[in-house]
Design a protein. Structure first.
Length: 87
């Protein structure tokens, strides 16, 4: 089983972003972080991938939109996150 690609769009000083990264870090998961504090190409990329995204973080696992920090925590609480992360 290959390791899934995890991507997270964040902004500086975002508590929810920090919480989501802390959960991923606790699982030992590598992820690509895109800081969109100043907007730019990565912000537009995030909106292209998930047009209704209005908050950060926005998390993608193998190109599937997971949602934000609360959505990630809900997957963990439901016991579904480890399988998605290949753990």
């Amino acid at each position: 089983m290959s390791t899934p690609r995890v991507e997270i769009y964040t902004k500086a000083y975002c508590g929810y972003c920090h919480r989501a990264k802390r959960l991923l870090d606790s699982k030992g998961v590598d992820y690509e972080e895109y800081d969109i504090t100043m907007g730019g190409e990565k912000r537009q990329e995030m909106l292209n991938r998930k047009p209704d995204a209005s908050t950060v973080p926005q998390i993608f696992i193998d190109d599937k939109a997971i949602g934000g920090s609360d959505d990630l925590a809900a997957l963990e609480s439901a016991g579904k996150l480890d399988a998605m992360l290949g753990l």
